[in-house]
Write a protein that binds this ligand. Structure first.
Ligand code: SAM
Length: 405
């Protein structure tokens, strides 16, 4: 678990009528959400950060902790979308009851009356057809309460860079959370220049985490595009927390936020970063524009000194002495290029693995399972993912150096 013992844990908030005490050390439900099929990697991450898993479904994990713990999770998690801090759960078989229950919450404890908030959420029930209507009811309840207690109301709208409230309303069960992430943390904050169908940063991290790469041997990324896989590998190798590359999170706009605790967490994370690596991370692509993007993104993540960039066809790329992994994300004909033309490319990847990848483990991340068959090698593992909405696989090939015994 996070290593900070918070010195000041009691926050006093004066309202017109009373002095309220919010215990910042109070442990509450924390829900961490993720993209479909990322759950196994997110589970591992959460456990290795010292949190326990209380419950999970295919898109979220429930753990528990303090408000400060949400900051810690936002700082360190590579495969998550959002970290939600639980405020209240209740039954609401009608939007009017939703309004009444949300109005009962002491919102003045969480936000400033001169601030700005945005409401987001997931709604699935028969009471309303449009999620936006639920969001408006929640917004109305909050601003009415703030007006009543503080004499003024916060502004609201779609801007996700300030206070974010999340509503989960399924059947008649409602849970209200503070969205401590704000903009999704699946974006790790370094990608300034995308190039042709980039993988999301959290997806790239998840594929590497589930692979056999040991963070100590070569990581070769031909067809690197904007460099996401090579950059995520470098970040993992030096143990750099993704949250260090972002300067805004939802938790920063909540009254419970203590900047000193955040600075302390960041300092601890920075102190853990390794200066160098003693193996190679190579990113190559045959497009000069891809390499310009990859270098710019690696510079922005401050890992450009750890990656060797080369412009080459994948068949000619440098492959150092084994062991290591070769990670490839070729185009797959749905969004880019034509499937027919790509058949030859996939078959050449198979040849490349056989000839030049001996002693390595080869990985292909693709959203086209027919093209994957053209590789002509038997995959040892086929791990299911989605790339946005496309059914995708990470295929693992054991490329034996000698004869397979
Ligand atoms: C789907 S993109 C890779 C996206 C990358 N994973 C990212 O996150 O940005 C495929 C890349 O393969 C490159 N490429 C296509 N054919 C190639 C070849 N024969 N040799 C090297 N690179 C190639 C393209 O230029 C493109 O950048």
């Amino acid at each position: 678990m996070k290593q900070v013992s918070t010195s000041i844990v009691i926050l006093l908030i004066r309202t017109e009528t009373k002095i309220k005490v919010i215990n910042r050390e109070e442990r509450r439900k924390i829900v961490v959400t993720c993209a479909p099929r990322i759950l196994p990697m997110l589970t591992e991450e959460i456990i290795s950060l010292g949190f326990k898993i209380n419950k999970s479904d295919h898109l979220s994990i429930e753990t528990e902790g303090t408000f400060d713990d949400t900051m810690y999770l936002n700082l360190h998690l590579r495969t998550a979308n959002k970290v939600l801090y639980h405020i209240k759960s209740f039954r609401a078989p009608h939007p009017d009851i939703l309004y009444k229950e949300v109005h009962k919450i002491d919102w003045q404890d969480y936000m400033r009356s001169d601030g700005y908030m945005s409401i987001n959420g997931y709604v699935k029930n028969d009471y309303i057809k449009d999620t936006r209507f639920a969001n408006v009811r929640v917004k109305d309840a909050i601003v009415d309460k703030m007006q009543q207690v503080k004499g003024r109301r916060p502004d609201s709208g779609p801007d996700q860079s300030k206070t974010m409230i999340y509503i989960h309303w399924k059947l008649d069960q409602v849970s209200i959370y503070i969205d401590t992430s704000g903009e999704t943390i699946s974006k790790h904050g370094y990608r300034k220049m995308p190039y042709k169908a980039p993988m999301s940063e959290s997806l790239a991290a998840a594929t590497i985490l589930i692979s056999k790469w040991d963070k100590k041997s070569s990581f070769i990324n031909p067809m690197c595009g904007s460099g996401t896989l090579a950059i995520e590998a470098a970040l993992l190798a030096i143990d750099k927390a993704p949250g260090l590359m972002r300067d805004n999170f939802g938790f920063m706009h909540v009254s419970l936020y203590d900047e000193r605790v955040w600075e302390k967490y960041k300092k601890e994370a920075e102190d853990k970063i390794k200066d160098s690596i003693d193996f190679k991370i190579i990113a190559s692509d045959n497009s000069n524009l891809a390499l310009i993007a990859a270098k710019a993104n690696a510079e922005s993540a401050q890992v450009d000194h750890l990656i060797e960039f080369e412009q080459s066809d994948f068949k000619e790329c440098t492959v150092p002495e084994m062991p290591g992994v070769i990670f490839m994300n070729p185009e797959y004909g749905l969004r880019l290029g034509e499937e027919k033309e790509l058949e030859a490319v996939y078959s050449e990847i198979g040849d490349f693995f056989k000839k030049r990848g001996k002693g390595y483990t080869g990985y292909i991340f693709t959203g086209n399972l027919d093209l994957a068959k053209k590789v002509g090698l038997k995959a040892k593992r086929r791990i299911e993912f989605y790339n946005a909405k496309i059914d995708a696989r990470l295929l693992e090939y054991e490329l034996y150096a000698g004869t397979k015994k």
